[in-house]
Design a protein around this ligand. Structure first.
Ligand code: THU
Length: 149
């Protein structure tokens, strides 16, 4: 049922949005953020109707930290899912996805919807990846380059 609804609609219905945000809120409880104390939860909906959660995972060697959004994307990719419909990102205050996460999302589609919500599940912004990362570097840029050689 969810799969059919997702395939048919460009906009997300309320049930799907609620489920994504609920999943991201739940996931956020497992965030490992002892250094920043800024916990992030993400929930990624794929075109087959599966939802992959993610949390930020920090490290004492700070730069090796991984964001919640990318954890969700990498989990999905590693399980053979690479078409994304939407991702919900939940933080205490509705913080926006970082540039690296935008770039990783852009790799797999500019139309993926991004729901940015606070800890209460209030959506503070909804946008496509294209809107969040105008002029993204895309796989086709690499292809263009190799053709010219
Ligand atoms: N963080 C995310 O998980 N996603 C973002 O898009 C922005 C930042 C995490 C990384 C780090 O653990 C903490 O938030 C503070 O930067």
């Amino acid at each position: 049922m969810l799969i059919e609804m997702v395939k048919m609609k460009k906009t997300l219905d309320k049930n799907t949005r609620d489920e994504l945000i609920r999943t991201a809120i739940e996931a956020r409880r497992h965030a490992y953020a002892p250094y920043s104390n800024y916990t992030v939860g993400a929930a990624l909906l794929t075109s087959t109707g599966k939802i992959f959660s993610g949390v930020n995972v920090e490290n004492a060697a700070y730069p090796t930290t991984m964001c919640a959004e990318r954890v969700a994307v990498f989990k999905a990719i590693s399980e053979g899912e690479c078409k994304f419909v939407a991702i919900a990102v939940v933080t205490l205050n509705g913080g926006a996805p970082c540039g690296s996460c935008r770039q990783v999302l852009a790799e797999f589609g500019l139309e993926t919807r991004v729901l940015i919500a606070d800890a209460q599940g209030q959506v503070v912004r909804e946008a496509t990846v294209a809107e969040l990362l105008p002029g993204a570097f895309r796989p086709e840029h690499l292809l263009d380059d190799s053709r010219g050689r």
